[in-house]
Design a protein around this ligand. Sequence first.
Ligand SMILES: *Cc1c(COP(=O)(O)O)cnc(C)c1O
Length: 392
Amino acid sequence: MGKMDWLQDEINVLKETGRYVPIRVLQTPQGAWVKIDGKRMLNLCSNNYLGLANNPEVKKAMHDAIDYYGVGAGAVRSIAGTMEIHIKLEEKIAHFKHMEDSLVYQGGLLANLGTIPALVGKEDLIFSEELNHASIIDGVRLSSATRIVFSHLSFSDLEEKLKSQRNQGKKALIVTDGVFSMDGDIAPLKEEAELGEKYDSMVYVDDAHGEGVLGDHGRGIVDHFGIVDKVDIEMGTFSKAIGVMGGFVAGKHELIDYLKQKARPFLFSSALNPGEIAAIMKSIEIMERDDSLLQKLWSNSRYIKEKLKSIGFNTGNSKTPITPVIIGGEKETVDFSKTLYDEGIFASPIVYPTVPKGTARIRLMPSAVHSREDLKYAGDKFEEVGKRMKLI
Ligand SMILES: *Cc1c(COP(=O)(O)O)cnc(C)c1O
């Protein structure tokens, strides 16, 4: 017995229980169609909502920044890694979000891991939504604050918990995803933010799937609800609709000033490279200039949802482009996804423990780069394979 043999045992358990996820390798850029294993596949898995990951203007902005600034920032932000374009991007985000200031991180996950523990500690409380993203959960753990979980979408449960437990901590933070990535439903952020005011608790929203999708020109969930003065910390990512890489937090000047002194990914990990920064700026500029990609995203989303519903699939409670096709059983869902894959449809199965048992699903991510014909093709394949497998 070698001391590393446990690894293979663990892997075998994952495989036996159907939880081992094969990693698909793309041989082409992100787009409506991609090549995998040499085969052309309709891509319904990516978070590239607006198609900006392979947009010519965005690519050119990155090339130009590399020509001028080189490929690396060279240090952590607090030592020598802050270039003038980092500051320009932070001003641009603040302006786009109608917030006072912003701070850029190397990723959305890092924004949560860095910010939450900077805001609350041992003597404090975190009221955390039941279905929050893993990066929030880890940020909460790192903070060592007491975690109190409230039920999914339930501001009345949040209020009960604030009422009974808020007095047990010094500071308190209410933290929630804006859009929930497995169901596409939206947090009742307005009510939650009002509770934050009523019970002296900071309000933090992770808008990874609302960025570029909700609000005027894709400004996100805070703009969607018109509550810019009620949300204390708006966190987001540049890796989804914005098409690049990185994350950010926006809020008041003092928040950003403080995080620059305290947030560990800012202090101990090197800055995003200048090419990424320039590409992000260009993506935001495109979104500000013109909302036609956003309109196309939504009309495509409505089309595919209606089509799937009309042929008898359950598409859940989604209020956003995220389109769950709820099948139920783990095994039937994985088989359905495999059969669709053989038919040229790339759509990932999502099973327990990512979603509750009995609600296994295929999650479709329509985008602005899909044509109507692409989505019609997908709908027809879902119908054909679904009937063959007796799922509808
Ligand atoms: C994707 C995602 C993140 C992580 O963002 P990255 O930029 O990919 O690190 C954080 N929170 C939520 C809700 C997400 O969906």
